[in-house]
Design a binder for this molecule. Structure first.
Ligand code: PHE
Length: 479
């Protein structure tokens, strides 16, 4: 669908527009699919009980993720500005308190924090492209050898800073040039190719003796492993993976032409995202069990398991290099969507040029990212504990966490759920029902389902998990 004449005029007067609904789907999928699916999902699932986590995750995607994603796209398209301005405009139009702009503020804060560590991990991917291409893993047999390569990388702050810097420079350069055209084209190529290589990996995984154990670990939920933390993590992961609560999807929604119904396109993005995470999970856990590795190995999990597979499979070096390159591209597509809201804000609200805005944001993120770099080496022994003491209310918010752990915890488990509850309350309970109907363009039945979930299920579910995250239940002695 090419932009029609009337949309063209809309396009000229506003801050940019996707050329079609497919372009939006591709860009949003580019944002959603990333390191979250292949690096973060498996290790968080591994640390949180496997199957039960996967089940909760899928439930969170459908019950909370998709309705909230539709909500974000809707808000973005209605406001047609960066998330901060969008929230300001809509609150004013709906005659609601200007304080709702805090939804935009929290989202942008979460975005910059996430990008700061995302870039460091993307740097690891770049390092692994070269290690794989250089044949470092060739002929390696023992899992410990693969682990040693990973440890050698992350204990070296200089290397990590170099890769982190390169990744940020590329991200800034793309965003500075405007993302729409390049991103659309790139994502069209990258996503099918990534999917194809994941299938190859899965085929390889099916030939290993760990396949059945991998499948079991992923898909047979063990209810005894269910605890409130796994619920919290599953929801945080669903938010993270769908790029929710960070302004990214709201921003991309703001480039969506009027007249496109929001339901179907959102579901497509969510399904592609979930499928890729599940495929990666099965492949990775099969390799974990076939090689006597630990499912709960933490952030290094895929950097150890995938090279094991590439070292052992036919044409592994080629497939490995291609895989890491594709992963790098998906990470870039995600990083762009994290930087874009800030850049749009500086351009639209502070009158900065796009290039200057991109550089300023890039520098801030780069500096913050150093904290994550050092968490794996120089500051690895600095662990922070955060006791909350408000007189009668006393508990520990987090314990023994490195800088990286804190940023991750703060964003995925606090800022994103908080943003989610506020958005659900704002749209489900305060915005006019008719405004939502006009913008979403759903069929009557779908609209009613969406509205019901957003009003009743999302805020309560996310709210409970959020209260748990900030320790309220611990303080009350019930969690
Ligand atoms: N969804 C991305 C991933 O799964 C991460 C991301 C979060 C990207 C927020 C943009 C915004 O890797």
């Amino acid at each position: 669908m090419i932009v029609t004449a009337s949309r063209k005029s809309e396009r000229l007067s506003l801050h940019g527009l996707w050329t079609s609904r497919t372009a939006f789907v591709l860009a949003a999928t580019g944002s959603a699919v990333g390191l979250g699916n292949i690096w973060r999902f498996p290790y968080i699932a591994g640390e949180n009980g496997g199957g039960i986590f996967v089940l909760l995750y899928i439930a969170c995607i459908f019950l909370i993720g998709i309705p909230l994603m539709m909500t974000e796209v809707m808000l973005g398209r209605r406001g047609r500005r960066n998330p901060l301005e969008t929230m300001k405009i809509i609150a004013a139009e709906e005659r609601l308190s200007p304080y709702w702009v805090w939804i935009g503020r929290l989202a942008m804060l979460a975005g910059v924090l996430i990008l700061s560590y995302y870039s460091v991990i993307a740097g690891w991917i770049m390092a692994y492209i070269f290690r794989t291409a250089g044949g470092v893993f060739h002929g390696m047999q023992e899992a410990t050898e693969f682990e040693a390569v990973f440890s050698a990388l992350i204990i070296d702050p200089e290397r990590l800073i170099a890769w982190h810097s390169i990744f940020m420079v590329i991200t800034v350069a793309i965003v500075a040039h405007g993302v729409e055209r390049g991103l659309e084209r790139a994502v069209k190529l990258i996503m099918p190719a990534l999917f194809f290589i994941l299938l190859l990996l899965l085929l390889y995984a099916a030939t290993t003796p760990g396949f059945v154990a991998g499948l079991k670990f992923m898909f047979s939920p063990d209810p005894s492993k269910l605890n409130s933390t796994s619920v919290l993590f599953a929801m945080g992961m669903a938010f993270f993976s769908l790029s929710l609560g960070m302004g990214a999807i709201m921003m991309y929604g703001s480039y969506l032409p009027k007249g496109v119904s929001i339901g179907g396109i959102t579901v497509m993005v969510a399904i592609a995202d979930t499928l890729i995470a599940l495929l990666a999970g099965v492949a990775i856990f099969s390799i974990v069990f076939a090689n006597g590795l630990e499912p709960a190995a933490g952030p290094g999990l895929v950097f150890i398991t995938l090279p094991v597979a590439f070292a052992k499979m036919p044409m592994g070096t080629l497939i490995g290099v291609l895989f890491f390159i594709l992963l790098l591209f998906t990470a870039l597509a995600s990083a762009i969507s994290l930087l874009e809201p800030w850049v749009a804000w500086l351009v639209e609200n502070k009158n900065k040029g796009r290039i200057q805005a991109a550089c300023m944001c890039g520098l801030a993120v780069w500096l913050l990212g150093l904290g994550t770099v050092f968490s794996f080496n120089l500051w690895a022994d600095y662990k922070w504990t955060f006791p909350v003491d408000l007189g009668r209310v006393r508990y520990v918010l987090f314990e023994d966490k490195t800088f990286f752990n804190i940023v991750d915890f703060l964003t995925s488990n606090i800022l994103l759920p908080l943003g989610g509850v506020l958005t659900a309350l704002f749209v489900g309970h305060l915005m006019k029902r008719q405004s939502c109907q006009e913008e979403l363009l759903l069929g009557k039945k779908s609209f009613n389902v969406w509205y019901f979930v957003l009003r009743n299920i999302s805020p309560i579910a996310v709210g409970i998990v959020f209260l748990h995250a900030i320790g309220v239940f611990r303080w009350m002695g019930i969690g």
